[in-house]
Design a binder for this molecule. Structure first.
Ligand code: GDP
Length: 596
């Protein structure tokens, strides 16, 4: 094929994600370490926020698993900041910035909350991935063979050790299947489009690392080559990893460039808090190679960077730039067109807010979007969603909420500024802080449930409860002032200090006030359906207003009846519901709209 002058294949971008402590950092370190020890100096290049491992080095590490002649992609670019936060941040025009992902799962620990969260993100962004089943060296009886391919080391394990490991591996495969992915050991997978390959590895001994690199390289070459074809001389496109203060440079951007190139004389457009920022590159910075680390300066200036690469951009006016936002080089296009493109992309990521709802803060645009999606699924409205640490003005917004359940701030993977924390305490604003999205949402939902339970029991305490009861024959202990009689509760709950009525036809006549309840000689606050108790009633005289065998009711104010019927019906016991509907029936025979 003919390519124009700037044509080329870029390095696929690889993200490593998984639950905390499952070995993401160790695995990246191992890949880097193997690359360094594999031979030629400078075999790997440390970028800002990323490590580039060239094909030759991969082939050195992977041995017979990778024949460089089979590949024309230049290698792999690993994003260094492991974890799904950075991953979900990392978007490109089409979706996820990472072309392929490694999901790290500890063989001993299996699927954990962040594993599931990572899976959700991978599903949503349709990112191809493989599973690194890590820490195989911890299998009891394991005989380590450093840096060897996995099948080679498996062949040298006892049957027992191999069986133990297989059990863990099949558990992981089962979990993947529960989450909708058909998976198998990578060497049994024929079609990686529909199936997930599991690669057993140890970040400690390096066993399986050759396989991991070989599978990543093979998958990229086979399924992604088309997407890797870029114009290396074209105007660059990238994503902001981090906005960072850097001594001598002011606010800088750590950027992963996934298309084209960026040069020191370029004008760039960056997504900002309000409008896109248009600014001129002042310097492009890369980490200094290890051997020059003696020099004071950590960075060296470069003239041009070509995708895929991580680079630090120094430029004026970057204070309002957002982590996760797009970066575009203007070069020979009209500036306004590029600004519009960035604005459009930001609008695609932005979150719908409502008039009332919770305040959400997150570390990046991507994570903000992920959390907004999860909140939408949980039907929790958002009043304000922003990237950044929790600040006093967030507390101010939360404190204007009309509902207690919305006097909250959900903080995802960000800090709470000390004065904001102080103010939240003063104003009784609840802060929820977590770095697992659905744990954050679970915590909030639990809080909402509790508030609702409290509110409901407060209402219940203040509301008259329906009750029908009967004066027993031969149980008159005192005629009047107060009348003391034995009663049986037919349905509902009888409480003391309650006005009592007796129906004449459908007309409730107040007969007095039930003052006290005694059960087996003890004063009690209430009596439930079926119980027999003695009660004292102020007002009536037995034989006149009330009599043995009479059916009496607690008097229900219309407003209470309405709340009971419309809001609490599900929360009161069945017999109380029955008393309520009998009471309503009677009242509505006279006034069909009573209590409605
Ligand atoms: P991360 O939170 O996912 O980045 O996990 P780390 O890379 O920090 O690893 C967590 C712990 O597990 C550290 O103490 C590592 O030394 C240990 N670890 C990671 N990978 C392996 C492994 O393959 N074998 C063993 N034995 N320990 C490991």
């Amino acid at each position: 094929t003919t390519m124009d002058a700037g044509g080329g294949l870029r390095t696929p971008i690889v993200a490593v994600l998984g639950h905390v402590d499952h070995g993401k950092t160790s695995l990246l370190d191992k890949v880097r370490g193997s690359a360094v020890t594999s031979g030629e100096a400078g075999a790997i290049t440390q970028h800002i926020g990323a490590t580039a491992v060239p094909l030759e080095t991969i082939s050195d590490i992977a041995g017979r698993l990778v024949d460089p002649d089979d590949f024309d992609l230049p290698g792999l670019l690993f994003i260094d900041t492991p974890g799904h936060h950075s991953f979900s941040t990392l978007r490109s025009r089409g979706g996820a910035l990472a072309d392929i992902a490694v999901l790290v799962v500890d063989v001993n620990d299996g699927f954990q909350p962040q594993t599931l969260e990572a899976i959700d993100i991978l599903k949503r962004t349709q990112t191809p991935f493989i599973v690194a089943a890590n820490k195989i060296d911890t299998t009891p009886g394991w005989n380590p063979n450093p840096d060897t391919p996995v099948q080679q080391t498996l062949a040298e394990q006892s049957d027992r050790a191999e069986q133990r490991l297989n059990e863990s591996l099949y558990e992981i495969i089962g979990e993947l299947s529960d989450n909708g992915f058909s998976a198998d050991m990578y060497w049994r997978v024929q079609n990686f489009r529909g199936n997930i390959g599991v690669v057993p590895v140890s970040a400690e001994t390096g066993e399986g690392v050759p396989d991991l690199l070989a599978v990543l390289m093979g998958l990229s070459q086979r399924y992604m080559k088309e997407d890797m074809s870029i114009d290396t001389a074209g105007a660059g496109a990238g994503t902001v990893l981090e906005v960072k203060e850097e001594r001598g440079f002011g606010t800088t951007l750590d950027v992963v460039l996934y298309d084209g190139s960026i040069r020191t004389d370029d004008t760039i457009v960056v997504g900002g808090k309000n409008d896109p920022i248009v600014t001129d590159v002042r310097a492009l910075l890369q980490p200094r190679p290890l051997e020059e680390i003696r020099t004071e300066k950590r960075f060296e200036k470069v003239d041009e960077v070509t995708a895929a690469a991580g680079v630090k951009i120094a430029a004026p006016d970057l204070d309002e730039a957002l982590a996760g936002a797009p970066v575009r080089v203007v070069r020979d296009r009209p500036e306004e067109e590029v600004v519009e493109e960035v604005r459009q992309e930001l609008a695609d990521i932005s979150v719908d807010t409502a008039e009332n709802g919770v305040v959400v803060k997150a570390d990046t645009l991507g994570s903000l979007e992920a959390i907004a999606n999860a909140l939408e699924e949980a039907e929790i409205p958002i009043v304000r969603a922003e990237v950044g640490d929790v600040a006093p003005r967030d507390v101010a917004v939360a404190s204007t909420a009309e509902e207690v359940t919305e006097e909250v701030i959900l903080a995802f993977n960000v800090d709470v500024l000390p004065d904001a924390r102080q103010e939240a305490g003063d104003r009784n604003i609840r802060l929820f802080e977590d770095d697992v999205i659905y744990q954050l949402i679970d915590e909030y939902e639990e809080f909402v449930d509790e508030i609702e339970r409290e509110q409901q029991s407060a209402i219940m305490d203040n509301i008259r409860r329906p009750c029908r009861f009967r004066i027993l024959e031969d149980h008159v202990f005192r005629q009047s002032s107060p009348a003391v009689v034995g009663v049986e509760v037919a349905s509902g709950t009888l409480r003391r200090n309650t006005p009592i009525v007796k129906f004449q036809g459908n007309d409730p006549k107040r007969v007095g006030n039930l003052k006290a309840i005694q059960s087996q000689g003890e004063d009690v606050d209430e009596a439930r359906a079926g119980e027999r108790v003695s009660v004292s009633i102020d007002g009536p005289t037995v034989g006149r207003q009330i009599d043995e065998g009479d059916e009496l009711w607690t008097e229900l104010p219309e407003k209470h009846a309405k709340i009971l019927e419309q809001e609490l019906k599900e929360d009161i016991p069945g017999d109380e519901r029955e008393a309520l509907s009998m009471y309503l029936d009677k009242r509505r025979k006279v006034d069909p709209f009573w209590g409605k």
